[in-house]
Structure formats: structure tokens, C-alpha cells
Design a protein around this ligand. Sequence first.
Ligand code: B12
Length: 311
Amino acid sequence: MTNSAEALGPGSSRPEMGLTVAAVARRLGVAPATLRTWDRRYGLGPSQHSAGSHRRYSADDIARLERMRRYVLSGVAPAEAARAALSDGDAEPDTSARHGGGQVVAIPDGTPQARGLARAALALDADSCRVILAETLDRRGVVWTWDHLIAPVLVGVGQRWEQTGRGIDVEHVLSEAIQSELSARVTNDNSRSAAAVVLASAPGENHVLPLWALAAALSERGVEVRMLGARTPWDALGQAIRRIGPGGVLVWSQTPGTGDPADAITLPDVRPEPLLLLGGPGWHPGAPPRGEHVDDLSEAVARLSRAAGVS
Ligand code: B12
């Protein structure tokens, strides 16, 4: 019997009621949409029928879902994971039945989670990508998850595209899952900053995932974030700076054509002057006429938190 089965057992106030999709989703750290997909595709749904319109998950249903989640996190393909989960723990999953149909993404020194995420992305399995991301974000926080899970898989997927010309579909599925899991963690409700931080990608720049990682990591620390997103013209950024009066600004440039630091000169002079950071490999090297280069997520989080008055 699992913890969840116990929690729904004699100690629970109305054990016969079972749990709703939303409650199970919260308990397992899985999106409600993923639970519905697992129900539809693999029959891993609630077995109890209640008088009302909403079916409820029993303790046994939840134990099955916990096994499903564990197998998916270890990189087993969902159909095989579901077969083993439905066997009530009698059969371990066949671990050769991995995601990705035999394709690989090279991730030197990759963690098991990183290999699982890469396989799920290759299989275009957005649900499994989200399960792996959500679980790691909950357990390890944003900076660790970005540095040890997300960034290595993104670099591997990017290299595969460069070498084979294949995998833009994989890049899209993975990017969507990453962006939705990170952006779901950005909230200004717990803000304790003296000033906000503004995040934007340079004009013409569509790559934004590092900005979402930064937004989620700052939010985790109670820093108020204003996200302007992809392809932000310099004059629009300038207007936002005047209106918001931020403590810090970071502009992201991923690809070389988008990052000319000389353009930052056009930003308005406001007092107090916000810290201006330039992040990403797209910026021209060398000392910028305005602002400073920043090399990694931890450094950007630390400097922008200080600039926002959160130590
Ligand atoms: C995801 C992705 C996409 C997604 C973006 C989705 C989104 N919402 O952002 C989509 C599918 C839209 C896309 C599109 C394109 N992409 Co793209 N994409 C990537 C990918 C896989 C990850 C990008 C990313 O987030 N990188 C962030 C981290 C993981 O990587 P990094 O910047 O190299 O990290 C270094 C530093 O920045 C620093 N760092 C890491 N994290 C952080 C965080 C912070 C805050 C800071 C300060 C520093 C920092 O540490 C690293 C070591 O120095 C990269 C591969 C790669 N290696 O980056 C390709 C890549 C950037 N794309 C590339 C290209 C060519 C394109 C396209 C032109 C063609 C295509 N592949 O589809 C289009 C057009 C985009 C456009 N018009 O702007 C090339 C760029 C080559 C170049 N140098 O010009 C890359 C490098 C792939 C490759 N290997 O060739 N892409």
C-alpha cells in the first residue's frame, strides 16, 4: 500500500469519496491535462463512479498513477509504463522500451532525468516532458533544473539539428513544455522587491527560454518580474523602463544578428539608473558601451535580485 493509499484510508475524513482530477494532479505534481491523457490513452483513470458528474480517483487508482509517473520519470515509454502500472506492480516495465524510437540526443555526463527528457522530446511526448520538468523543478528548484536538466538537453537537441537538419518538431515540443512549466512558476504575488526587473529578448530575437528560466528563478526568490518576451524593439524597451522604473533589466540575444550592444545606447537615461545586463551568446564580444555582459543563470539571478532590493 502506498502513502497516497494510506492518506485516503482510515485517516481520511471521507475515504469513500476519492480524489478529484485537480487534487490528484496537485498530489502527484502532474498537470490535470496529463492525467486526462493517461486516462484516455491508457485507461489509467478513476475507477469509482460517484453520483455527481465528476469521477473520483480511489487509493488504488492513485497508486497506479504514482507507478506510472515513476516509470515515465525514469525514461520508460508511456505505453510500456502504463502496461506495467496497470499490472498492479506485478510486472516491472521493460526498460528497453524507451522513448524516441531508437533515436538519440547526445548529452555528455547527462543525468537520468536529462536522458529521460531527451527521449520524451524525441518521441514528441509533451506530457512526459512536462512531468519530468515539473518534478525536477519542484524537487531541485529552477537554477539546478535549468543548469543540469534543461540546458544540456537543449544544447543536445540543437546540435542534433545542426548535424542532421532534423528535429525542429522535437525542438518545438520541448520548447513549449519548458516554457509552460517555467512560466507557470512566475508570479508576482509573493513579491518582496523594492523595484521590479524587466526581461526582454533583443529585436529580431525569437529565442526566449533563458528569460523564462530567469523569470521563474527570480520569482522563486520573491523578485517582481515584468516579462516583455521575444523581439522587443529598443524603443519599446525604453518606454517600459520609463514607465516601470525597474531596478534591473536583462536583454537576451541568442543569435549573432540580434545582439549589437551599441543599440543599448538609445535606452533612456532614468534615475535611479537600473542595472543593465546583456545575456546570451548572440552579443558582440568585447566591452559594451552600455550595460555589462553576464555569463550564466546563477550570476544573472544574484545580480538582478540585488538590483531589485532582494538579497
Ligand atoms: C530552443 C531553440 C529554438 C526554439 C526557441 C523557442 C523559444 N521559445 O525560445 C525555436 C524552435 C523557435 C528556434 C528557432 C530557431 N533556431 Co534555435 N535553438 C534552440 C536551442 C535548441 C535552445 C536555445 C536556448 O534556449 N539556449 C539557451 C542555452 C541552453 O544555450 P546557450 O545560450 O548556448 O548557453 C550558453 C550561455 O548562454 C550560458 N547560459 C545558459 N543559460 C543561461 C541563462 C542566462 C540567464 C544567462 C545569462 C546565460 C546562460 O551558458 C551557456 C554556455 O556558455 C538552441 C541550441 C543551443 N545550443 O542553444 C538552438 C539555436 C540557438 N537555434 C539556432 C537556429 C539557427 C535557429 C533558427 C534560425 C533555425 C531553426 N533551428 O529552427 C530558428 C529561427 C529563430 C529566430 N528567427 O530567431 C542555432 C543558432 C546558431 C547561431 N549561432 O546562429 C542554434 C544554436 C542551434 C544550432 N546548434 O545550430 N530555436
